[in-house]
Structure formats: C-alpha cells, structure tokens
Write a protein that binds this ligand. Structure first.
Ligand code: SAH
Ligand code: F3S
Length: 500
C-alpha cells in the first residue's frame, strides 16, 4: 500500500486533527458514466492512502459530491444536496465538504462564495491532488478551489481493481475533453479540450481489469470515435473525419483475446465512417449495438446546434453501422425544445427516430447552460411544449423498444451475467440474476441458488418481454450442469452487481 501522506501523518503526530484516523469519506456521484468512472478513480486514490468509505455522511470526516452540470436540473439537485449538509457542518465544523466534477470546474471559486459551508472545489483533472488538498483542509487551511486542466502534461489515472469489487463490466477512459462545440453543450467548458490517452495505457488498463475478473469493457470518451494516437497506423482514406478509433478497437481485440465483450460510448456521428462499420463486421468482441447521439432530425436545428452533419448524412452513417451485423441495434440521445424548434422540426425528429429504428433513447428537454453559444438564443419553446414533445418522443420509442424486445421472445441469447437482480426465490432454491445480451438488452434469469454464474456467458432461452427487459431461462442441459457443478464445488464469492 502507498504510505500515508506525510502531511497527514505529521498532523496526526501533533494531535492537530479533529478526528481519529483513518479518514472516513462519503462519496455521492451525479451524472454520466464518465463521472461514475471518475468517482471510482477518486475512491482508489483515497483507498491508496488508507482512507475508508462510509455509507452516510453522518460518520464521515470528508463528504465528496462528484457533480454534473450538463442540464440545469442536475446542478440544482447538487446544490440542494450540499445544502442539506449545512446542519451537519454547523454541528461538526471539522467536517470537510468537497464539490468535484463538472459543477466544480464550471463555477470554481464562485461556488465557495455561494455555498458558505463548502470547503473545497476540485475539477475533474485534479483528482490525484484530492488527498493532499483534503489533508490541508483537515489541518485548517483556508477554503480552496483547484480547477486546472492538465493541458501540458496530461495524466490519466490508471485503474487499480480492488479485491472483491471487480465489476463484470469495467469502464476504461480513452480521452479527456471535447473539441466539438455543440452550441447547447457545457462539456467542452467543464472538461476542456480533447486529450487522448496513449493506446498502451488503455491496453494496460483493460488487461488489469480482465486479470481481476472483468469480462466486458466499456470505452469512454466524449467523442470516443475521434481517437488519435501517433503509434497507431494512419487511416489514409482521404476522409478528414476518419480517426484511428478502428485501429484502437483492433489492437484491443488482438492484445486482450480473453475479453468477452467490448463496447464504447459515445461516438460522434461525424466519425462514424465506413471503416468503423467494417470494424464492427470484423471484430466478434464488439457489441452488436451502438449508441449514436443524433440530437435532432431537423437540418435547420442540427445546424443551429452546430452538430456538423445533416439528417441525410446521419441516416447514411447509422444505416451503414446497422448493416454491419444482422442483429445490430442502435440507441441515441435527443434534445427537444432547442431554441427555435418548431412543430415541423420536432416532427422531423420523430420521423428520424422511426426511419432509423432506434430501439432506445435518452430524451432531454433543452436546458440553457452557462458559457454555451446557445445561451445567447432565446429559450423560446414553452416548458409545456417541451414536456409534450418529450412525452410524444417517449411514446414512439417505448413502442419501438417493446416491439424489438417482443421480437426476441422465443430466441436463444448469449447473456453475460452481471449480478443479482432484485427478487430471489429462496424457497424454490432459485435466485434471480441479471445480465445483458450482445446488444445490451437486460435479461433476468432464474438460476439455482448455489450456481456462481456472475461473469459467465450463459445461453438463455428468452421466454417473456417486460417493458424494458427480458425474462430468460437457462437452457435445460446447462441447468443440469449447474446443479451438478454446485453439488460438487465449494461456493466462490460472487461479484457485486454492476448497475447500468
Ligand atoms: N458526447 C457526450 C455527450 C455528453 S452530454 C457523451 O459522450 O455522452 C449527454 C447528452 O446530454 C447529450 O448527448 C445531449 O443529448 C444532452 N445534453 C447536453 N447538453 C444539453 C442541454 N443543454 N440541454 C439538454 N440536453 C443536453
Ligand atoms: Fe457536448 Fe457535443 Fe462534445 S454534445 S460533449 S460538445 S460532442
């Protein structure tokens, strides 16, 4: 284990800390997968110093909120959660309260003035400094905001899988920041310019997870398919939107042959080139699913959003990817009520959703964000109209999603089991686990209580479709095999659930 921080040890030695070590921390995460990933790295940094987590703020010396500012609602929620801690801080002034992540980066010092009981504000690129900064706070230093991007020497925190906590599906980051300037989006401001993680580091991270027991990897990046690394071959297709992402995928497939599944999020449609589609056809490890955010189906709105593709171009790229495998599916992100969006623009979005045949989507009401070009446009679509459009969008996707799930009833699917699902039927010696198909549909399965199936690929008969998931049964021969195996084997520790 890494030695405890010198500063902390010194303070402890002088009896100047208002608590008994080790530091206990409470961490709450808001927002996207990137934030979940950052929180995991934060925990690893804290554990490396011997600090321990607690399930509630009440027993903690340190409370950290890892925050999201992509929509106003997320930011408000954070402010209300931090607000709730005011009485605790009043009762225990030595408690250190930290806001990390995108709200921290966006607001910086201002946040310290706005929330009086806050001690530390720390941006996404400053996570490695967290223990040092907290130690200073515990020693009575003045409130601090640290929000520097690591532009000169970019550093990616390597994963360090913790014993007994390895997820079946691990997240691995490939890049920081975003160079697109979608007019509605605060991310380029909160996450900075694009910086790519060297391919060897990515491979080493994946190898560590696989060694620790993970079976699937989800590559993360704001525009994950814009990936570049000078050690990879040059694409040489003459297409300026061509990136080296397909080469990254191929290197991973070749160098980590024991990886069961590989997914990535989120690609920008601009880089969804023919070579990416060909890579999907070539690599068996790639999921038969792509999440390709479109945002709108209207050319007029796409232009105002500065998405840098037309509806026609999007449809062409989506079709090419969908054609890569016979069972390929696609999901997307859509914003309704962007400034100036008319009924006709919205109808164009609905028709695009039908035309592409997405099986799922994340839909959002437009929310004006600070530092974004669209903030200068009047937020002129009334709230009720935004709500109505979102409801209509959801009705369309619910129907498409349900039709798709229904089409899988009666088929056999290979399911990667992630962990226990809610209900257990102990009385019948069965428990429910959940996993995902190669396209990412959730499948609930009943397995013998003693069978240790977490992290395994099971052949499952789909017997029923729920609203957002499937019900499956293990094929008969496999069930008999599990029963025999569990009678002869001593139980192994099951892996924890990996939340979707
Ligand atoms: N490229 C990123 C996108 C981050 S934001 C990724 O990897 O996911 C995630 C989604 O939030 C966007 O695709 C968009 O649909 C939505 N979003 C972003 N800014 C928004 C805003 N100002 N109002 C409403 N939705 C927004
Ligand atoms: Fe945001 Fe567009 Fe980048 S949605 S993260 S600016 S690709």
């Amino acid at each position: 284990m890494t030695p405890r921080l010198d500063g902390l040890a010194a303070l402890e030695g002088r009896g100047e800390l208002g608590y008994s070590p080790p530091v206990r921390y409470y961490l709450e995460t808001f927002g996207c997968q990137m934030n979940v990933h950052d929180s995991d790295r934060m925990e690893e940094v804290l554990h490396a110093h011997g600090w321990q987590n607690t399930p509630t703020p009440d027993e903690a010396e340190l409370v950290i909120f890892n925050t999201c500012s992509v929509r106003e609602k997320a930011e408000q929620k954070l402010r209300s959660e931090v607000g709730k801690l005011a009485p605790l801080k009043a009762a225990r002034p030595a408690l250190v309260i930290v806001v990390a992540g995108c709200v921290a980066q966006q607001e910086g010092e201002r946040l310290l003035k706005q929330i009086r009981h806050l001690d530390l504000v720390i941006g996404p690129d400053n996570i490695p400094e967290l223990p040092k900064l907290v130690t200073s706070q515990l020693g009575g230093s003045p409130k601090t905001a640290r929000t520097e991007f690591d532009l000169v020497e970019t550093h990616f925190l390597a994963s360090s899988p913790q014993g007994g906590k390895t997820p079946v599906s691990a997240m691995v980051t490939t890049m920081k920041g975003c160079d697109e300037r979608c007019s509605f989006c605060v991310v380029p401001y909160t996450r900075g310019p694009e910086r790519y993680r060297p391919v060897d580091e990515i491979i080493a991270d994946i190898a560590r997870w696989v060694e620790a027991g993970s079976r699937e990897v989800l590559l993360l990046g704001q525009t994950v398919d814009s990936y570049r690394d000078s050690s990879l071959p040059s694409p040489n297709t003459g297409d300026p939107d061509e990136s080296q992402f397909p080469f990254l995928l191929k290197r991973i497939a070749k160098e980590i042959p024991t990886l069961a599944r590989l997914r990535y999020t989120s690609p920008h449609p601009r880089h969804a080139t023919p070579s990416l589609a060909r890579t999907h056809a070539e690599l068996d490890v790639l999921a038969h699913h792509v999440h390709l955010p479109v945002q709108s189906g209207s050319d007029r709105i796409l232009k105002r959003m500065i998405r840098r593709y037309t509806r026609e171009e999007f449809v062409e790229r989506a079709r090419r990817l969908l054609a890569a495998r016979p069972d390929m599916t696609m999901s997307t992100d859509i914003i309704v009520g962007f400034p100036g969006e008319t009924d006709d623009d919205f109808e164009a979005t609905l028709s695009l959703v039908r035309e592409v045949g997405f099986t799922a989507l994340f839909g959002f009401k437009y929310s004006p964000r600070p530092h974004t070009p669209a903030k200068k446009l009047a937020d002129d679509v009334p709230e009720v109209v935004k709500a109505e459009r979102l409801a209509r969008l959801f009705a369309v996707i619910e129907e498409q999603g349900a039709t798709h799930l229904q089409s899988l009833v009666g088929t056999s699917q290979e399911v990667l089991v992630e962990g226990a699902s809610k209900m257990s039927r102990a009385e019948m010696g069965l428990r429910r686990v959940q996993g995902r198909t190669v396209r990412n549909e959730i499948v609930h399965i009943e397995v013998p209580r003693e069978a240790h199936v977490e992290g395994q690929l099971l052949n499952v008969d789909v017997v029923r479709a729920n609203k957002h998931s499937l019900e499956g049964q293990i094929e008969r021969e496999n069930l008999a095999r599990f029963r025999r195996a569990s009678q002869s084997e001593s139980p192994r520790r099951a892996l924890p659930i990996f939340a979707s």
